[in-house]
Design a binder for this molecule. Sequence first.
Ligand code: GTP
Ligand code: MG
Length: 241
Amino acid sequence: MPTYNEKDNVGRMIDILFKDVFPKIKNHQMALLIFDDTSPDETWKVVQEKMKKYKNLYLSLAKGKQGLGYGYKRAFRYAIDKLKADAVMEMDVDFQHDPNDVPRFVQAFDEGIDYVIGSRYVPGGSIPREWGIERKFLSVVGNLFYQVTLFMWNVHDFTTGFRLARVSILKKVSFDRVFIRSFAYKTLLLYEMMKQGAKVREIPLNFQLRKLGDSKMTTNTIIEQLKVIGIIWADRLGLNR
Ligand SMILES: Nc1nc2c(ncn2[C@@H]2O[C@H](COP(=O)(O)OP(=O)(O)OP(=O)(O)O)[C@@H](O)[C@H]2O)c(=O)[nH]1
Ligand SMILES: [Mg+2]
């Protein structure tokens, strides 16, 4: 779970996961890794305090804001190399992703799925009604744009941040190629997982409204999203070999 200035969310999220959610998952050992970029609001101190209470809670701290993609690169390495994880999940700390949905991802993993995607654009999924027209447009049209330009009709949500990946497939993916700085890495990771033969399933996700803390979304990621389309086509055409 990435955090940057999430002091008001992180403590409650940790408690809910360890007290309510993880105990319901009986056939797996669950761990939570928070990766923080030394948030100015000292989010990491809340995590350090909670670590005294929960033994499967870990913290990876970087100096200065790195961007989501680079943060996840570090976190995935940590989960695979140090925690010896069989699967890794991506999830936000601001309660836009309901922690009570975690068991549904694990269940799909148990059914043999390699890449489980929480999708806002399949029946039963949704984006917040309260979002302004611009944000709705960017999200809906952005995803349609990916579908059309990448010819990937069987995927409906390329940028969702709630996912689970099987490590045996993830290990075949080149992290240096996938993890660019911004959240646009999410589309690259999906493409690479599919290229490595991952069995993908989209499960409906009701994306909630952020209630506490500030958004870190910036509009300059549109350029990175366009770059991703170029990178994928270059790969398909064999141009970057
Ligand atoms: N470590 C780290 N975490 C980050 C960084 N940028 C964002 N995050 C975290 O990544 C998650 C997603 O960021 P958000 O700002 O919620 O992005 P979003 O959900 O698209 O936008 P909102 O709907 O406005 O919340 C949150 O848990 C953030 O705290 C970063 O540079 N480093
Ligand atoms: Mg958010």
